[in-house]
Design a binder for this molecule. Structure first.
Ligand SMILES: [Cu+2]
Length: 285
């Protein structure tokens, strides 16, 4: 992004595709340069001390030690730079992330329900209303536990593995989990959040580049953790509408086959009935 972004490129950081990502990159980049300076500075100081105070020149120990104030000044500068990093950059950036959510109407709100070992997505459908969810309805064909008796949920869209979002529109993802702690991490969006059973944790980002991006689980969540990957596709608004229509048609077809809660015979893992994915009123409606 600029001449400073050498270390990020060297470390193979994926290109940023979100509106706030450059701020994160900037902090990462600055921290790396700062740590490099500290590393070379302290290494040089260590070598200097080894030579300067070698035994041949100083056979007896000097109990008063160094009298120059230079090390105090150095230490103070390091503390000052670290304080500026924390108070001036990191805390304001974090506060903005967690306090200044985009208004619900403007943003696309999606429920992300994690499980061993995939991410399920729940979208409100054309009526803009999320259907009720309850853990008692969870089955293989109803991964998020959508209540078949709730009219608001009739047009809801549920997908697994792949989510499409339109470009240049804020996305609020509300994270929860059905079993253990997962972490919804989209490196290209510079965003991550834990998905915790029993909690609803919102994160948000605004994609600014169309494309296909990797989603990974960033918490060691079991034997299949390495394979817990997904895809986030950032579409043009037209492509997004096409995808929505496709999913709605698929959902319409699947809704007819009423999901039965006891259809868990082919369950690959014995999952404890988690209290997690039960419906909570979402701020975005
Ligand atoms: Cu996981």
């Amino acid at each position: 992004m600029n001449s400073l972004a050498l270390i990020n490129e060297f470390l193979g950081q994926p290109t940023n595709a979100s509106s706030h990502g450059y701020q994160i990159d900037h902090i990462i980049e600055f921290c790396h340069w700062f740590m490099a300076a500290l590393f070379f500075g302290w290494s040089a100081f260590f070598i200097f001390v080894l030579i300067r105070f070698r035994k041949r020149v100083h056979p007896a120990a000097d109990h008063r030690g160094v009298r120059s104030g230079i090390s105090t000044h150095l230490e103070f500068s390091v503390v000052l730079i670290e304080a500026v990093l924390l108070v001036g950059f990191a805390i304001p950036l974090w506060a903005k992330r967690v306090n200044q959510f985009p208004p619900g109407k403007e943003a696309l709100v999606v429920h992300v329900v994690a499980q061993q070992f995939s991410f399920n997505y729940h979208l409100p459908g054309p009526d803009g209303q999320f259907g009720r969810r309850d853990v008692s309805f969870v089955s293989n064909s109803n991964p998020v536990g959508l209540d078949p008796n709730d009219p608001a949920g009739k047009d809801d869209i549920v997908t697994t593995g792949e989510l499409h979002v339109p470009v240049d529109r804020p996305v609020i993802a509300e994270l929860s989990s059905k079993d253990v702690i997962h972490d919804y991490f989209v490196p290209a969006m510079r965003i991550a959040g834990d998905a915790i059973p029993g909690s609803l944790i919102p994160i948000w980002f605004t994609p600014i580049k169309t494309g296909t991006y990797e989603v990974i689980c960033a918490q060691l969540c079991g034997l299949g953790h390495y394979g817990m990957k997904g895809t986030l596709v950032v579409d043009t608004p037209q492509d997004y509408q096409t995808w929505l229509k496709e999913r709605a048609e698929l959902a319409g077809g699947a809704q007819g086959a009423a999901p039965s809660p006891s259809a868990g015979a082919a369950q690959p893992q014995s999952k404890p009935p988690a209290p997690a994915a039960s419906a909570s009123p979402s701020p975005g409606g």
